[in-house]
Design a protein around this ligand. Structure first.
Ligand code: HEC
Length: 163
């Protein structure tokens, strides 16, 4: 049983990489796929979280939020179709010389929409990929969803579109 799930995840991962998208239908228990190609998606916004901010311990640094086409449509309509993916690209913020620059990547946060696969977390699968591809999210609900739940009226998404 276990190995067949592993093989399926590996195939999904490979498919997402090959086709540069991650719209394969996911099932309960499936891992959140790596968002291959996200640097080519729509850039929604950026933010610098500095020491003193309540989220600094977890999310200090500079982050950029990217949306794939389905997520971008969801930002406009307020409804997210399966296959919508947001990437939260968190890098260290190097402050010096009156400029704040990007440093090395800390983590790549992901929200991947599948109403059936991720029913317990608002229909979103949460993941946090580090440089070597490991996923730091072991408990989507405790580590991610319980904070995003505050945005239930906006589909559990904090980011808002701007022109
Ligand atoms: C303490 C609250 C909190 C927790 C916990 C949290 N987030 Fe978020 N998340 C936010 C906020 C606030 C934003 C909006 C950031 C901005 O406006 O740039 C956000 C934005 C995001 C986005 C972009 C889409 C959106 O909703 O705006 C993704 C993807 C994301 N988070 C993933 C994660 C993942 C993965 C985890 C778990 C490792 C996580 N988040 C845990 C507060 C949280």
């Amino acid at each position: 049983m276990h190995s067949s799930r592993l093989i399926r995840s590996a195939l999904l991962f490979a498919a997402a990489g090959l086709f540069g998208c991650a719209t394969t239908a996911l099932r309960p228990g499936d891992a959140v796929p790596f968002p291959a190609g996200y640097r080519d998606w729509h850039h929604v916004k950026s933010m610098v979280i500095q020491p003193g901010h309540p989220l600094h311990d977890a999310f200090g640094g500079i982050h950029h939020v990217y949306a794939n086409a389905a997520a971008r449509a969801g930002l406009a309509s307020g409804r997210y179709a399966d296959g919508a993916v947001f990437a939260f690209d968190l890098l260290e913020a190097k402050d010096g010389g009156n400029a704040i620059e990007e440093g090395p990547r800390k983590v790549l946060g992901v929200m991947h929409r599948s109403a059936t696969a991720y029913r317990d977390t608002g229909g979103w699968g949460f993941a946090g990929f580090t440089g070597d591809g490991a996923n730091v999210v072991k408990d989507m609900r405790a580590q991610c969803y319980l904070c995003h739940e505050a945005q239930q009226a906006h589909g559990y998404v904090f980011t808002q579109a701007r022109p």
